[in-house]
Design a protein around this ligand. Structure first.
Ligand code: 13P
Length: 250
């Protein structure tokens, strides 16, 4: 049984005041019996504050990216060990904004995925196609190539402690959500692909959907067989919206 996970990617939003209000609101509103795992991904400067507030609660946290190197002269970068030092359990790798705005290739993403594992972090591998790629019928080929780059470098066994987030680029921050049918089709494709290599890992891995998830569409998405939760951007920035998505898991 795969438990629903709702993860909030705060992107480059926040202040100490906002973290206190937002995280305090989320922790206060999460009922003990809500059948959902919850994680937040704050900007790196706020990890220490999140750790202080959320330690011992049911909210976990992670980094938005990591540098593949362990340490060294990489000005501005953050290593996996540093994220682990601040109590992170997870780290996003290959978010589409990292790929498109910061030039991360499939090969770079695979190196970051490997570095996450070395640091004891659970990577959340983000994949997804652009609008043009979808219209050209390339969705499965694009997603397969993004996953294959990681499999070639790290092997299927590395997927035993990982999540996948399917985030169609055309649905991110646009208000356009993939329909539950569209998302389910790609999630099933991803699970089948992994199951062909290892049935246990394919059956157990959680595949989150991301792209304009809101409280009004979350329950419909979570009802699909292969959609195991959500990676939420905009709606993770207010406690009430985020909690509304968490309630979609019940
Ligand atoms: P939105 O929920 O704002 O569309 O962002 C999705 C996303 O990129 C989460 O990583």
């Amino acid at each position: 049984m795969r438990r629903i996970m709702v993860a909030g990617n705060w992107k480059m939003h926040g202040s100490t005041d906002m973290v206190e209000t937002l995280l305090g609101g989320v922790m206060a509103g999460l009922g003990d019996d809500m059948p959902v795992d919850v994680a937040v991904f704050p900007p790196a400067p706020y990890l220490s504050q999140v750790q202080a507030l959320a330690a011992g609660s049911r909210v976990e946290w992670g980094g938005q990216t990591l540098n593949p190197n362990e340490q060294g002269a990489f000005t501005g970068e953050v290593s996996g060990a540093m994220l682990a030092d601040f109590g992170c359990r997870y780290v996003l790798v290959g978010h589409s904004e990292r790929r498109t705005l910061f030039g991360e290739t499939d090969t770079d993403v695979a190196a970051r995925f490997e570095a996450a594992g070395r640091a004891g972090l659970t990577p959340v591998l983000c994949v997804g196609e652009t609008q043009a790629q979808r219209e050209a019928g390339e969705t499965e080929a694009v997603v397969a190539a993004q996953i294959d780059a990681v499999l070639e470098r790290c092997g299927i066994a590395a997927m035993a402690d990982a999540l996948v987030a399917y985030e169609p680029v055309w649905a991110i921050g646009t208000g356009l959500t993939a329909s539950p049918e569209q998302a389910q089709a790609v999630h099933a494709f991803i699970r089948d692909k992994l199951s062909a290599l290892d049935a246990t890992i394919g059956g157990q891995i959680r595949i989150l959907y991301g792209g304009s998830v809101k409280s009004s569409n979350a329950a419909d998405l979570f009802a699909r067989d292969d959609i195991d939760g959500a990676l939420v951007g905009g709606a993770s920035l207010t406690a009430e919206d985020f909690l509304g998505i968490c309630r979609g898991a019940s």
